[in-house]
Design a protein around this ligand. Sequence first.
Ligand SMILES: [Zn+2]
Length: 117
Amino acid sequence: MKILKRSNRVYDTSRFGQPQIRLWHRRGKGKKTPCYTLRCGCCDQKLEVYYSEDDLEIGGVNGAIDDWREILLPLLMVQRRYEHFVDVRQRSKVTVKKSLQRRAPRSRSARSSDPSW
Ligand SMILES: [Zn+2]
């Protein structure tokens, strides 16, 4: 997994038009799992995210990766399509035509293998 690093300037609106989340990473040691600390771009509010291959603890709430995916991906506007994750916002702007063209020939077989989410 690639570890994300940021400059962590306070109230940096240059990329997203609102203060960018400040981010620190701590490597795991022994029994301690690696951790990201997220801090609000405008104040001192913070959130700790501990992660491993099997589970994820966000703000003290522990859950399986799949559990978190079910909750967070729709909020992040990401959908799962078979083995791929698709940015729903980009899709609606850029690739709508392509998906309409593809739908017709494989509509019968696609339904049975469609994951429930
Ligand atoms: Zn804030």
